[in-house]
Design a binder for this molecule. Structure first.
Ligand code: SF4
Ligand code: SF4
Length: 447
């Protein structure tokens, strides 16, 4: 639920194919209009670092108003935005249908898209966003790559920091030697034909993270769904384009969207539901792509046929009942609700899912972890990401639970690093990569 408004936010399509979208004078006028409203409001002062940067600029300006802030200073505000969507979804009373028509994250995206149009995007960042290509190549040498990118390997991490701008302290995702899609082809879980969800069929959109970095969440999802009678297939036609979106490369996101929609719609036509294993990717399929390609029938169909993983498990539980056989998870869990789960406007599905556990003991943390996708790995951003994420790390570190988990795989690791940085002598909760793995454990399935 959003503060200050009873109406659900609506979002206008991104006008990225209109040359005026990239007109610098018009962009500057829109930035000044929106920033002035934010300066008068200031509700979002503690959501991230973008707003404090904006308010500091205004407060330090000669007139203490936006009119004496130089436009060149706006870049620092844009640079701090992780596109988490929290301001839009949870705070702002001025989003459409309000006549102020304020969409702060999409304005930050427009600024970045204009930079890219002007040739200002970084070559290295562009390469890092090639998650499919990188996953396939690095997976071939996964053990060496994982050794080289470990934070304990200061020599290679310092080189990586200089060459690629990745902060030497940031925990980077490891790579898997065998992608999730290959592992899934090799092992088909036995479907429980007595389970309440029997008869459902779902195709799991693997996502780059589960496919190339850590297939364990996808395997756990598959096993839990099989226990509940759901027949599944795992596919990964292409990246959803979120890393490109973060950089403002909207045209490239549109290309990814068309490839994935064509492939997944073939499954929908065969009677399968689509489940995206990472909330950011689910957000792309469900909401961002229809705003980028509003007239595309394939995108529309996929959007309405797609579920977030936690949402799907809760849907089974509500409509069919959850399969019996779970044992309690001792010690309780601190659950971080991913920003891009909140942005899907579906309620706290991960909380509902973990409350299916017998004797569920769940501490919910509904603030941003600070990481913000690939943004949080970068030199210059990682320290900001730690600062923004400190409240969540403190809650998890001091919460006294045995486990900490997040639906966002990057957020979970970042929170775990944040707990280390607290330096408390309390026992550290063990990181579980995705809440579905706790459900799997409760069923006695170890993945
Ligand atoms: S989208 Fe997130 S990071 Fe960006 S301005 Fe809004 S709250 Fe801050
Ligand atoms: S985004 Fe909305 S709620 Fe946040 S500071 Fe700006 S006007 Fe206020």
């Amino acid at each position: 639920m959003r503060e200050g408004s009873l109406e659900a936010p609506t979002r206008h399509p991104l006008d990225w194919q209109n040359p005026e979208f990239y007109d610098e004078e018009k962009l500057d006028a829109e930035l000044r209009r929106v920033f002035d409203i934010c300066h008068g409001c200031r509700r979002c002062f503690n959501l991230c670092d973008s707003f404090p940067r904006l308010f500091d600029l205004v407060d330090a300006a000669p007139s203490e108003e936006l009119d004496t802030v130089a436009s060149s200073d706006f870049k620092s505000v844009v640079d701090a935005c992780t596109l988490c969507d929290l301001c839009f979804m949870t705070k702002c009373p001025y989003v459409p249908p309000h006549p102020f028509n304020l969409d702060f994250p999409h304005l930050m995206l427009r600024y970045r898209a204009t930079d890219v149009k002007n040739g200002e995007g970084s070559f290295v960042d562009r390469q890092l966003a090639e998650t499919d290509r990188n996953g396939k190549l690095v997976g071939l040498v996964a053990p060496i790559a994982n050794f080289a990118t470990s934070t304990g390997n200061t020599l290679s991490r310092n080189i990586l920091e200089k060459v690629a701008g990745l902060d030497a302290q940031a925990e980077l995702p490891k790579y898997a030697s065998t992608p999730l899609t290959s592992q899934a082809r090799a092992t088909t879980p036995e479907i429980n034909r007595e389970a309440p969800g029997f008869g459902r069929k779902a195709v799991l959109y693997a996502t780059c993270f589960n496919n190339y970095n850590d297939p364990s969440g996808g395997l756990a999802a598959r096993a839990v769904l099989a226990r509940n009678g759901v027949e599944t297939e795992v596919v990964h036609p292409h990246c959803c384009g979120m890393p490109m979106l973060e950089q403002g490369r909207i045209g490239e996101v549109a290309k990814s969207a068309k490839i994935v929609a064509k492939a997944l719609n073939e499954w929908i036509d065969k009677g399968y539901d689509v489940i995206a294993l990472v909330p950011s990717c689910a957000l792309m399929l469900k909401f961002e792509w229809p705003l980028i390609l509003p007239g595309d029938a394939d995108i529309k169909k996929l959007s309405s046929g797609t579920f977030d993983l936690s949402e799907y498990v809760v849907d089974i539980a509500r409509k069919n009942g959850i399969a019996p056989g779970m044992e309690p998870i001792a010690g309780g869990v601190s659950l971080h609700i991913a920003c891009h789960s909140r942005a899907q406007n579906m309620g706290q599905k991960a909380t509902e899912m973990l409350k299916l556990l017998p004797q569920a003991d769940v501490q919910v943390m509904e603030r941003c972890s600070g990481h913000g996708g690939a943004w949080g790995f970068k030199k210059g951003n990682f320290d900001v990401a730690k600062k923004v994420g400190r409240p969540v790390a403190r809650t998890a570190g001091n919460g006294g639970k045995a486990y900490v988990t997040s639906e966002c795989p990057l957020a979970g690791v970042h929170i775990s690093q944040g707990i280390d940085a607290l330096g408390t002598d309390k026992p550290k909760p063990a990181l579980v990569k995705h809440p579905i793995q706790l459900i799997a454990r409760a069923y006695g399935i170890e993945v």
